[in-house]
Design a protein around this ligand. Structure first.
Ligand code: XMP
Length: 317
């Protein structure tokens, strides 16, 4: 019978067998899969696992530091890399969604590959691949931190020639969460909503700038924290705010404003393939809208997305 405890026991033993005293490098994202996979590998080989967590400047507010703190608590050997400026520079002037995705994927590989070269004698690459990624039926995009060959335009980076270590290859998401709980990973990390690899870049319609990221981070944090405070976070599958390239007229005191519009998106779903807009209480939406408009200068209008998938997608880009 499959139990999280027996899975941990057997997997750690076979990881020790596979890896021996060789070094493993791994990209971490703060997501469930990469964290659980890394914790298993760490349990097997300790400091010979070298985790890399890249701040691409497109994460949620304060997320980089919070996730690094969690990794420290778990005891993982992780290097945080601040690559924000690098990503912003590459994204400057780009507004096509697919082009933005390609730039982010390519820049990530570049940064990761550079970090990999700083560690001498790495032979293996850890990945948080889970069964649905293997059969490619659930997630159309794959996990945010799986380094897929289609991300590479022109030649394989050196890290892709490494031997793969994929301890979650035969697990489904709920099993990954149970294994994570067995390993003592904090529940708030295990129960996090999915978050796309390109991050806030695909929630800023059009060109991404540092200023827009800052605006969206502050508005998004009010929404997400509000969901948690009102006991709604665990009732939705995914939620976030989207910064629209639309400015409209408003009034503040006796001043006329001309600022951005923010859309709130929250959905219920089983696997992300289809989704319904979440019927959040009007009182909650009113409260969040007030908070955002009062606290985030630069946004003077908030709308709620009531489209389901299909035909709409969860993300706006
Ligand atoms: P859509 O917008 O296609 O999103 O309904 C379905 C799920 O996939 C996530 N998503 C992505 N994840 N890279 C990712 O790692 C991407 O480019 C990407 N685009 C969408 C989205 O957040 C949702 O969970």
């Amino acid at each position: 019978e499959w139990t999280p405890a027996s899975f941990v026991h057997e997997t750690v033993a076979s990881l020790k067998q596979q890896i021996g005293n060789r070094k493993v490098i791994m990209a971490l994202s703060g997501g469930v899969d990469s964290t659980v996979a890394a914790t298993l590998i760490h349990k097997a080989i300790g400091k010979n696992l070298f985790g890399i967590f890249v701040d691409n400047g497109l994460l949620r507010k304060d997320e980089f530091q919070q996730v690094l703190d969690t990794y420290n608590t778990i005891g993982l050997n992780v290097t945080g890399v601040d690559a924000r400026e690098h990503f912003y520079t590459k994204l400057a002037g780009k507004s096509n969604p697919e082009e933005k995705r390609k730039i982010i994927g390519g820049t990530f590989i570049e940064v990761f590959d550079r970090e990999a070269h700083k560690i001498e004698g790495v032979e293996l690459l850890g990945q948080g691949t889970i069964y649905p990624d293997v059969i490619e039926s659930v997630s159309v995009h794959g996990p945010s931190v799986t380094i897929k060959s289609h991300h590479n335009v022109g030649g394989l980076p050196d890290t892709m020639k490494l031997e793969l270590v994929e301890p979650l290859r035969y697990l489904f998401k709920d099993e990954v969460r149970r294994v994570g709980a067995e390993l003592g990973i904090p529940a708030d990390l295990l129960n996090r909503h999915p978050f796309p690899g390109p991050g806030l870049a695909i929630r800023i319609l059009g060109e991404v700038t540092e200023e827009k990221v800052d605006l969206l981070q502050r508005a998004d944090a009010i929404f997400i924290n509000g969901l948690k405070e009102h006991g709604l976070y665990d009732k939705v599958w995914q939620a976030g705010a989207i910064l629209l390239p639309v400015q409209s007229v408003g009034v503040m005191g006796d001043e006329r404003t001309y600022e951005f519009t923010l859309a709130l998106r929250a959905v219920t779903s089983v696997d992300g393939m289809t989704a319904d807009w979440a019927h959040l209480p009007y009182e909650f939406l009113a409260h969040i809208s007030n908070e955002i408009i009062n606290k985030v200068r630069g946004i003077n209008r908030v709308v709620y997305d009531i489209s389901s998938k299909p035909p709409a997608t969860i993300e706006w880009e």
